[in-house]
Design a protein. Sequence first.
Length: 75
Amino acid sequence: MAENSTLTQLEFNRAFVLMQYFGYLRRNPNDPPDSDFDGYNFWLGKLNQFNGNFVNAEMVKAFIVSGEYKQRFGP
């Protein structure tokens, strides 16, 4: 476990964004329909901007209301 709080926070945010892709979209960030990490980098940047506060970053909400999520799991 990392003892450096800054390193821990940065790694936590990276892991958290990755978990959203796996959990809500059931895919890697660079799997189709994406072909690169632009979406992942966007959400990581936004999460970092809000100091890891995913509620204020509206991150989970965005995944749940996305067309990709709705197409996979219904309305």
